[in-house]
Write a protein that binds this ligand. Structure first.
Ligand code: SF4
Length: 460
């Protein structure tokens, strides 16, 4: 297989980004090298998302483009679709994109080497797990899946990394497709997580983000004792020297104060929580099957701010959920005002086939009202973030330099300097002019101006 090239494109969340990175390592082990050009690739992979219909349509359009390239240039010779859309709709993909060679769900990615080999010989491979059988106990979660993470190939220049601590989700929020496409919640054994982090630490990784759909419900039984997320944070902190440790995404119910105490005590755990409220109305939260009230959510954030005073909070909101009234919408505005988020990811409700909301409710909020509510929430959030960011003007903050900013990529400066994009410990984005050798380093910068999403800085 020497000399072969692969092309991979990733849509969706951080879990998909991690899967793509692990697959790239796996393919490198098989003798493949990466290419940025699909028409130069022997194998092209689209890693898909199913969270909104728009993401699935995008995946289909990317597949169509790969097919077009293959007809024109003979490459990519093997086309694979993986991830959540592949798991949700294998038959649909087979029917509407019959040229696809491999369809593989997230719980079967460890099987890719074999699928690629088989596809080269026989064509058309489908590998998706039966999560219903796993949930009902008729089948066990395949242990082989662990190999995808434990065999991780660490790049010696890697400065930021995601580490999976949990798979799947058991919450079944009524709008969400994740429990169906990523399967039941399963926590990874702590020693395997630590082994992976040590590998990253050994190459000088500066930031790791522990990933789980509901990361605060992490629990794993070890020698008869349950290891919680708080326990895991102590273990990770004590077993590596990585300067920044984060965890996402938190679910607002069952969030223990032990986690917050660990954040306060352990200096390398970043003071940042991504903890989606999704709505500010208890009536809608109930329809969404979220297992907390607005009051409980506010109490949790107040406690977090008491225990970790410099903590920044990011949230998610959905507008236009079925039956959402103007009063419900006002409640979301009130919650944003009350919490004062660092940033919010705001989405218009999109029906997902197979979810409880699709079965029980009608998508009865017209799109123009969804858009109007979306804009109102976004404008309020931007105003709050701008006000809070203004307090940072004149301050010096340590930032981890992540790379060249979008502006510099599209419009490079003639003097050889570039605009660098960096991140504060509490997850704010800062940009400043500097040299490329700073990428991957933690450096102090002074803030001289701000927008709602960006801090503009100078090197100190
Ligand atoms: S907690 Fe709810 S929204 Fe988050 S992944 Fe699980 S089902 Fe989806």
């Amino acid at each position: 297989m020497k000399g072969k090239k692969f092309y991979i494109e990733t849509l969706g969340c951080q879990m998909n980004k991690l899967d793509s990175e692990l697959i790239a390592g796996m393919l490198a082990n098989m003798g493949y090298s990466a290419t940025d050009y699909a028409d130069d690739a022997d194998l092209a992979i689209i890693n898909t998302c199913s969270v909104r219909q728009h993401a699935e349509l995008k995946a289909l359009s990317k597949l169509g483009h790969l097919h077009h390239l293959r007809r024109k240039h003979g490459k990519p010779s093997t086309i694979a679709i993986i991830g959540c859309f592949a798991q949700r709709s294998p038959e649909y993909i087979r029917k509407h994109a019959s040229y696809v060679d491999i369809i593989c769900g997230p719980a079967d990615l460890d099987r890719l080497p074999q699928l690629i080999e088989d596809a080269r010989n026989e064509k058309k491979q489908i590998a998706v797990s039966d999560f219903r059988a796993i949930r009902s106990g008729r089948q066990k979660y395949p242990e082989r899946l662990e190999s995808l993470d434990t065999n991780r190939i660490v790049n010696k220049n890697q400065r930021q990394a995601f580490v999976r601590v949990q798979r799947g989700c058991d919450k079944f929020c009524s709008y969400c497709v994740v429990p169906y496409v990523r399967g039941p919640e399963q926590s990874r054994p702590p020693e395997k997580i630590i082994d992976e982090i040590r590998k990253l630490d050994n190459v000088g990784c500066r930031e790791i983000t522990l990933l789980g759909q509901t990361v605060n419900s992490y629990h794993c039984v070890e020698n008869g004792k349950t290891v919680t997320l708080a326990d895991l944070l102590y273990r990770v902190h004590n077993n590596c020297s990585v300067p920044r440790i984060r965890f996402v995404t938190s679910y607002p119910a069952d969030f223990s104060t032990e986690i917050l105490e660990a954040m306060a005590k352990l200096e390398r755990i970043c003071p940042y929580l991504h903890i989606p409220a999704q709505h500010g109305s208890n009536r809608i939260l109930k329809l969404m099957n979220r297992k907390y009230s607005v009051e409980q959510y506010i109490e949790l954030i107040d406690t977090a701010r008491k225990i970790v005073p410099n903590i920044s909070i990011a949230g998610d909101f959905i507008v236009g959920f079925p039956d959402e009234t103007d009063d419900d919408h006002q409640c979301s505005l009130e919650l944003i005002k009350r919490i004062r988020y660092k940033n919010c990811f705001i989405f218009k409700y999109s029906v997902r086939p197979g979810t409880l909301a699709e079965k029980k409710f009608s998508d009865n909020i017209p799109d123009e009202i969804k858009t109007k509510r979306f804009i109102e929430l976004q404008e309020l959030q931007d105003k709050i973030a701008l006000e809070d960011n203004r307090n940072l003007i004149g301050q010096t903050l340590d930032v981890l330099v992540e790379g060249i900013s979008k502006k510099s990529k599209t419009n490079p400066s003639p003097d050889g300097k570039v605009q660098l994009s960096a991140r504060t410990t509490d997850d704010k984005i800062a940009v400043f002019d500097g040299t490329e050798d700073l990428i991957g380093q933690i450096v102090p910068v002074r803030i001289f101006d701000v927008s709602s999403l960006t801090l503009f800085a100078d090197t100190v």
